[in-house]
Design a protein around this ligand. Structure first.
Ligand SMILES: *Cc1c(COP(=O)(O)O)cnc(C)c1O
Length: 227
């Protein structure tokens, strides 16, 4: 299959999964994760109608964003672990940051452009017991959300993001994400985004209510070596 066929196939599988879950596929945003691929892949995807793309490293995001500035209508999603010293560059290039997981990261994103256009952010949950994996522990989600609300007025909290751990079934993991989303919406009623689901588990994510899928290899094919 070539890129056109893989994209069409994936979108058909998203529509199927949405149908099975009794959901409208138009409420699901399919982000194509283009990390490690050249900017030309984003150009090819754009020609096929893709507008939402995801990157997980700041340098690569910034480089592609600059190279492709002439492509109209792209939305860049930053999905990787974020260091505070990279926050300014991420804010320049991304329209949505899925990986806010601690107060200092939120503070740095806010300080990068306190009076600028609001930046869409998601609070990343860590579904493992390993603090090194990125994400806030579910029990600390409300405290983080409260901090962003009170201290970071240029950030707009849109919802939660998570990566399903390998050691748990995706369905069980995404049920915990849905519960965390409910908790968050008690605090911020319109924070409805749920960013969950990758190439291997997006069907389970759709069943659990995901609104934003982050799909890489199923659309792009294997990633080149990171070099
Ligand atoms: C790479 C990546 C994806 C996409 O993974 P695939 O298995 O290639 O679909 C999704 N989310 C995050 C956070 C990633 O880093």
């Amino acid at each position: 299959m070539d890129l056109t066929a893989r994209l069409a196939d994936l979108d058909a599988r998203i529509a199927d999964a949405a149908g099975t879950a009794g959901r409208d596929p138009s409420e699901i945003t399919r982000i194509v994760v283009t990390k490690f691929h050249p900017a030309s892949l984003v150009t090819d995807l754009h020609a096929l109608g893709v507008r939402d793309v995801g990157e997980n490293r700041q340098q690569e995001l910034s480089a592609k964003h600059a190279e492709l500035a002439a492509l109209p209508g792209l939305t860049w999603h930053f999905i990787g672990q974020l260091q505070t010293k990279k926050a300014r560059a991420v804010r320049v290039a991304a329209q949505a940051v899925h990986s806010v997981d601690r107060d200092r990261v939120a503070d740095a994103l806010h300080a990068a452009d306190p009076d600028g256009d609001p930046l869409d952010v998601l609070l990343q949950l860590n579904l493992t017991d390993d603090p090194g994996r990125g994400g806030v522990a579910p029990g600390r989600l409300e405290a983080l959300a409260t901090h962003v609300l009170q201290a970071c007025p240029s950030l707009r909290v849109r919802g939660v993001m998570a990566v399903a751990p390998l050691e748990e079934s995706p369905a069980a993991a995404f049920a915990r994400v849905a519960a965390a989303s409910d908790d968050l919406r008690r605090l911020i009623p319109d924070a409805r985004w749920i960013s969950a689901g990758m190439s291997g588990d997006f069907v389970d994510a759709i069943a659990a209510g995901a609104t934003h899928l982050r799909i890489g290899t199923a659309i792009t094919g294997p990633r080149p070596d990171r070099g």
